[in-house]
Each structure stands twice: as structure tokens, then as C-alpha cells.
Design a protein around this ligand. Structure first.
Ligand code: MG
Length: 251
């Protein structure tokens, strides 16, 4: 009986403490998000490609309808099909996509399964067939191109599906054209960490990495304001690479 009483007092005291001690935070309550099964699209995600059409995409330069090859739930870029970008623009995001370099090995180094995910249309997370395919390490799969080599090489054999899960924090400007906070990126390839909250040095091709409010995003020709929300761009590097199951969550 005494034990029970003590336990009850302890419980009541803990409850009172929890309400007055500001270490315990009750609001805002995290939104409920469901993921129906392992690997499914989260309920609050924006689907950019579900295997059926490319309505979410347009060509990067001319802003015309995108026409990559769609088959078996994947969209495939072949030489000349052009670099594409999302119609929607984004700030901070969590991005999921799956990619598959062609199983037909034709080139080597940068000429094998080369494509790329340009966050903010400016910062390239390299897509490459890095299975037994040496190249400069800050240009292999999982690299922030020319800025940061991946922590490990988790490439699968060409022709196999791989995944990127990317957390991107967009750069912040002070309104007078000066950078306040650089962009940061975290990348998991096939579920393994390859970039850990890396501060980006600037846009990939300028030609040295740099931050400028006025810039020409990758694959485009027109200089524009690059300090706000931007599209996500996928690269046509003249090789055969497929993508599927692309979704993004705004953070
Ligand atoms: Mg590339």
C-alpha cells in the first residue's frame, strides 16, 4: 500500500513538473504523416514522377514539355533528350529519387551513366555509374560535383536501381545581395550516408563555385534572380540513365 502511495505521489509530481518545467515542449504538435508501407510515398510529399507522366517537368532552357522515354514505371534520358527541371520551385526540401545507370557499359570515367540532380538548379549531386569505374573522387556518384567526394562508394552494378535521399537547406541572402548562410546538403545513397551536412561553396558551374544573387541556373541561358525558391533540375549528360519514384517534401 505504501509503495503504491509513493508511486502515485511520484506520478503526480512528475506531471506537475512537466507542466511548469519549460524543458517539456507541448506545442506545436508535429503534423501526422503516414507512410502506408516501407518505401511508400509519405502522405505529405509532392510526387514529381510516379511512372505515368512527366507533367511535373519541363525542359530547362526552352521551358517546353519534357519528353524523356517513359517505360516500366521509369523515365529515361537518352542523348539529346535535354536537361529538365520541375515546373514547381522549392526552398528547403527532402528529396527522394531512384536512378539506374544503363547496364550497357560504353564509356568510362565521366562518360558512364552520367547525369545529375541539381538542387536549386545550381548544386549538382552527381549521378554516375561508379561500379568499378574510377574517376576523380569529387566527381563520382554521391559527390557534390567538384566540391565534396562521397564518404564511401556504395554504387551498385550498372542496370540496378539505386536511391538518393537528400536533405537540402537552401542558401540565405540578406536582401542586399550578400550571402548570410550557405546551402547545406546531406545525402544518403542506397540508405548509406555519403554527404553529411556539407556546406556548399556555391553554384557548381560558374565556373568556380560561388554564390551570386543574379545567376544562370544549370542548363539555362537566361540570367535571373537565384536567391529565392528554385526548380530541381535533372541533367542530360548525353548518356542513358533512368529515374523513378521521385518525390519531395517541403521543409
Ligand atoms: Mg553529372
Amino acid at each position: 500500500m505504501k509503495k503504491m502511495l509513493l508511486a502515485l505521489i511520484a506520478l503526480l509530481t512528475a506531471g506537475t513538473l512537466a507542466q511548469t518545467d519549460n524543458r517539456f515542449v507541448y506545442e506545436p504538435v508535429p503534423a501526422e504523416v503516414s507512410v502506408p508501407q516501407a518505401g511508400a510515398v509519405p502522405s505529405d510529399a509532392i510526387v514529381l514522377f510516379d511512372g505515368s507522366n512527366m507533367d511535373a517537368w519541363m525542359t530547362a532552357a526552352a521551358e517546353e514539355d519534357a519528353h524523356w522515354e517513359i517505360a516500366d514505371g521509369a523515365m529515361t534520358v537518352r542523348p539529346g533528350m535535354r536537361t529538365i527541371k520541375t515546373r514547381q520551385v522549392f526552398g528547403d526540401i527532402q528529396l527522394h529519387l531512384e536512378f539506374r545507370p544503363s547496364e550497357l557499359i560504353q564509356g568510362e570515367g565521366q562518360s558512364r551513366g552520367n547525369s545529375g540532380v541539381f538542387l536549386h538548379s545550381l548544386f549538382e549531386v552527381q549521378v554516375l555509374d561508379s561500379w568499378n569505374n574510377p574517376t576523380y573522387v569529387n566527381g563520382q556518384a554521391g559527390a557534390i560535383y567538384l566540391q565534396s567526394a562521397p564518404l564511401v562508394n556504395v554504387a551498385r552494378e550498372p542496370g540496378e536501381w539505386q536511391s538518393y535521399d537528400i536533405i537540402f537547406q537552401s542558401p540565405v541572402y540578406d536582401g542586399r545581395g550578400n550571402l548570410s548562410e550557405p546551402a547545406y546538403v546531406t545525402v544518403l545513397q542506397n540508405g548509406v550516408l555519403v554527404q553529411n551536412h556539407v556546406a556548399l561553396q556555391g553554384a557548381t558551374y560558374t565556373p568556380l563555385p560561388e554564390y551570386t544573387v543574379r545567376c544562370v541556373p544549370y542548363g539555362q541561358e537566361r540570367e535571373q534572380d537565384c536567391s529565392g525558391k528554385m526548380p530541381i533540375t535533372l541533367q542530360d549528360h548525353g548518356q542513358v540513365v533512368s529515374y523513378r519514384n521521385i518525390w519531395v517534401r517541403e521543409l
